[in-house]
Design a protein around this ligand. Structure first.
Ligand code: HEM
Length: 524
């Protein structure tokens, strides 16, 4: 300790810090001057973090200060605020959002992650890609794995396994008189479901966390270092040259490369086909260079423009990244809201049992799940109150004037929308803080401005997997409620952004989430 103090107080180190501070200040002053001349309204800047509300991030999730900024500027269509030395533009007006996120897509394609240009595997991860061609290939390769028709048929066996495990482990807690850890149940259920359905990997996370589970955890694991690097990269993407700062480090890419290589080789050698995403990727393989030779069966594949190993790795990471944490957070927040609203639990249970009777089945199959209307409204309403991505960003690739306005965006400008704040704006959703799933039913559509419902994004980069995510969450909720009444244990009132974990860049609640499960006497 004494050594470090001595080091920090030594003249050269002190001088270095003072110099950095002065440079930072000069850049800040220059940026503020430049923005004062722009015709976009700017909030009062504040040295160091950029905005006075940003100091709240030391005790809150970043959603809290962003929501303050949204609420404090009620009547403007857009407003800029400073994040450290960089201004970001917050869009609030529905027609502006449509123009920028939709119609101006060509100029607003990048979403601010900017993975290194030459790294194909990294650029093939669809939600973070800034390469138009690789992004398009990625979206196409994903398309078939989102078919919910497929879920309804041969696929159910894979999910039944997860339902049985959920029931088995919750029954054990109930027997011991213990509450159930909702976070763990949701995460195990979703990660294992995705792994089996998508990659044919049967991991039982209830017993042991497998390699794919650990990978998801290391990308989304909550640490201040991850959060800090996320913010730093958002502002200064060129720093991705430093591996420890990256969203997806080299060791993540390496472990998925190993996984994909082994899977493909195994299936080629044993001539196994599993009708899953890996099969789909294999059918899209191309005649690529020697680097890909280990994976490319040239005799049977005549598609010269097909996928190479690196693209396959990126697409695999896409599923792990975009499909798992989002869906498990949706399960968790739905469990929370339903635990506080037992009347909806009873109605969902009646709906599940009714559809099962109608279809003459004793299983909660996907045919059942897809007829659960109220359950779907509850999940959409959950996503409204807790959009898993509470802020969405785009980055401008060339100067242009937003059509029909006087506002000019410059190359490099970052533009935000805030689903969390938009969804709680009473101008767009009546009684916005109330859990009211029926607002999504066709007869109540006038109660909400559904254009402003952006839980799954908006424009051409909208979530392509939301149907499958919602179906998985519906299966989870229907399975729980078929057997149990859920009672709140750790969270007795409806959470809001102040309950989110400060270390998360998605909406994640902090701490343990416990519920008590009371068995239903005799499920019909
Ligand atoms: C139900 C839970 C889910 C939620 C709340 C959700 C939310 C979102 C949101 C808000 C976006 C837009 C991001 C942006 O505009 O920058 C997005 C994009 C995306 N989501 Fe989802 N998602 C869910 C499930 C899934 C699933 C199961 C998959 C399957 C792989 C998936 C794949 C993707 C992909 C690939 C993108 C990137 C689209 C692009 O950049 O073109 N999502 N998701």
């Amino acid at each position: 300790m004494a050594f470090f103090l001595k080091l920090i107080l030594s003249p050269p180190v002190l001088l270095f810090f003072v110099l950095c501070f002065v440079i930072y200040y000069l850049v800040y002053v220059r940026q503020v001057q430049r923005w004062k001349l722009s015709n976009i309204p700017v909030t009062q800047p504040f040295f160091l973090l950029g905005h006075r509300h940003m100091f709240k991030i030391f005790s809150n999730s970043a959603v809290v200060p962003l929501d303050y900024i949204y609420r404090e500027n009620p009547d403007v269509p857009l407003v800029a605020f400073f994040l450290t030395v960089s201004p970001v533009i917050l869009l609030k007006d529905p027609s502006l959002i449509r123009k920028v996120y939709g119609k101006s897509f060509d100029k607003m394609f990048a979403n601010g992650f900017f993975p290194p240009e030459k790294e194909v595997a990294y650029q093939s991860i669809v939600p973070i890609s800034s390469d138009r061609d690789l992004w398009k290939v990625g979206r196409n390769s994903l398309a078939a794995s989102f078919s919910t028709a497929k879920l309804e048929s041969s696929e159910f066996g894979k999910f039944k396994k997860q339902v049985d495990r959920l029931w088995h482990h919750t029954a054990k807690s109930v027997q011991l008189g213990k509450p159930v850890n909702g976070k763990e149940a949701a995460h195990n259920f979703i990660v294992d479901s995705v792994n089996l359905h998508t990659f044919g990997v049967d991991e039982n996370s209830w017993e042991e966390k497998g390699s794919l589970y650990q990978l998801v955890d290391s990308v989304f694991g909550l640490t201040y270092q991850r959060l800090a690097s996320f913010f730093v990269l958002t502002l200064f993407p060129f720093l991705q040259a430093f591996d420890p700062l990256r969203f997806m480090r080299h060791d993540h890419i390496d472990s998925v490369t190993k996984f994909v290589t082994e899977k493909v080789q195994e299936r080629d050698q044993l001539e196994i086909r599993n009708d899953d995403y890996i099969d789909r990727l294999m059918s899209l393989r191309g005649k690529t260079g020697s680097e890909e030779a280990a994976l490319t069966n040239l005799d049977t594949n005549e598609n010269p423009a097909g996928l190479g190993v690196k693209e396959m790795v990126g697409h695999t990471l896409t599923w792990l990244l975009a499909g798992t944490d989002t869906s498990s957070q949706l399960c968790l927040f739905a469990t929370h809201l339903l635990s506080l609203h037992p009347e909806y639990q009873d109605r969902i249970r009646a709906e599940v049992n009714g559809v099962m009777r109608k279809l003459n089945t004793s299983e909660i199959t996907f045919q059942v799940v897809h007829q659960l209307q109220l359950t779907e409204y509850c999940l959409l309403e959950t996503s409204r109150l807790y959009p898993i991505l509470p802020a969405l960003m785009r980055c401008c690739s060339e100067d242009f004037q937003i059509p029909g306005t006087k506002y000019v965006l410059r190359k490099g400008d970052r533009v935000f929308i805030l689903p969390y704040s938009m969804h709680r704006d009473p101008r767009y959703f009546k009684e916005p803080d109330r859990f009211y799933p029926e607002r999504f039913s066709p007869e109540n559509r006038h109660l909400a401005c559904l254009d402003m419902y952006v839980s799954f994004g908006t424009g051409p980069r909208k979530c392509p997997g939301y149907k499958i995510g919602v179906s998985l969450a519906a299966l989870f909720i229907a399975s729980l409620l078929h057997k149990y009444q859920i009672r709140p244990r750790s969270h007795l009132k409806q959470m809001d952004a102040t309950d989110f974990d400060p270390r998360g860049f998605t909406a994640q609640h902090s701490g343990q989430f416990l519920v008590d499960l009371v068995p239903i006497e005799s499920p019909a």
